[in-house]
Design a protein around this ligand. Structure first.
Ligand code: ADP
Length: 339
């Protein structure tokens, strides 16, 4: 049997025991407080009053800086809350605990440090990266995205310099979000180079978490939370389970994706399809619709039909088994921040 988690003192400074007990909702004149159960998204201030920095770090290797500016700094399209189906509780938690205190610093009256570090865990393709990009859009921030495995394999020789430069650039370009995908590869039990990178990353996490005048947010994502060591994942102020979409969210994703492939299903067929795709991730649902769309294009003139989707179901299945999903739930119960 697994031991129940002990909440060591290391956790204490990062986050109040009850999230933001003293947090008063940041409402400007004329705004109404959201009713409990109000529909998402809640309104955020239209103009964040953040000081923007746009400097280049000094005294860094120009080649590494160039690499960070071209390969790590992201310039993708903005992502809005409405682009993410489902995840209502996760979105609300992120908005209240992470975004509001940053966007309305005056209204945060908590005694401990505001939240700056976030671990998103869950099966592949459930929208962890999408959510992170949305957070960055909402903050109007610079996004720096780095994969733990790329850092360890492709950029091996320069890994420590790159990680350092990423955080220097993040500091210079505030507000900023540093997104580390496959975070478990940097935060496992390894020794050697991964061990050095790990202590480096942990010290950046601590810096970001304790310097509240800085607007740098670090988000780690992982599909293998179990291979992170406990001291590491506890360094994140909040740990949120990003589960596969529920039935309503699956219907929403399927409806939109099928429309893009000019496949039209009736509401009953759509509901049946949503039922048959339980535990599919958002990414797998999109893949399913792509298969059906390709089959449709191969037969010009044929209407998009349920049969094509049934055939596609034979080719695309959920990547995570029920057993794996149960393990995520178990991990969430032990270490996740429940909402
Ligand atoms: P992860 O980081 O969890 O592996 P991603 O964020 O990369 O997953 O998701 C891959 C793609 O799947 C997204 O770009 C998006 O198109 C789609 N997707 C996943 N989850 C959702 C969702 N909840 N709503 C809409 N699209 C989703």
């Amino acid at each position: 049997a697994m031991a129940s988690p002990s909440y060591g003192s290391r956790d204490a400074p990062l986050r109040p025991a009850e999230p933001f007990e003293k947090f008063s909702p940041p409402l400007a004149n004329g705004e109404r407080a959201a009713e409990p159960g109000a529909t998402f998204p809640l309104r955020l201030p239209s103009k964040p009053s953040l000081g923007f920095l746009d400097e280049q770090p000094k005294n860094v290797d120009p080649l590494v800086l160039e690499l960070v500016n071209t390969k790590v700094v992201e310039r993708g399209p903005p992502v809005q809350w409405s682009d993410i189906a489902g995840q209502v509780a996760v979105k609300a938690a992120i908005e209240e605990e992470l975004l509001w205190p940053i966007l309305r610093p005056g209204s945060y009256s908590g005694t401990s440090h505001p939240l700056r570090t976030l671990l998103l865990f869950g099966p592949r393709g459930t929208g962890k990266t999408l959510l992170s990009r949305c957070i960055s859009t909402q903050l109007g921030s610079t996004l720096l995205r780095l994969s733990g495995t790329t850092l360890l394999s492709t950029w091996k020789a320069e890994a420590e310099k790159i990680l350092q430069t990423v955080f220097l650039v993040a500091n210079c370009r505030q507000p900023s979000v540093v997104l580390i995908t496959e975070a478990e590869s940097l935060l496992g039990d390894d020794n050697g180079q991964a061990g050095n990178l790990k202590s480096q990353l942990l010290s950046y996490l601590d810096n970001v978490a304790t310097s509240s005048e800085h607007n740098v947010v670090v988000i780690g994502t992982t599909a293998r939370p179990g291979s992170m060591d406990e001291a590491s994942h506890r360094r994140f102020g909040t740990r949120l389970y990003i589960a596969p979409p529920d039935g309503a969210a699956r219907r929403h994703i399927l409806r939109q994706a099928l429309a893009r492939h000019s496949c039209c299903l009736g509401e009953r067929e759509l509901a049946a399809l949503a039922q048959r795709t339980e535990s599919f991730s958002g990414a797998e649902l999109l893949r399913l619709c792509q298969h059906a769309g390709a089959a449709r294009r191969a037969l010009p003139g044929a209407p998009g039909s349920y049969q094509e989707l049934e055939k596609a179901l034979g080719k695309v299945g959920p990547a995570a088994s029920q057993k794996e999903l149960d393990l995520f739930l178990e991990w969430d119960k032990m270490y996740g921040t429940r909402h």
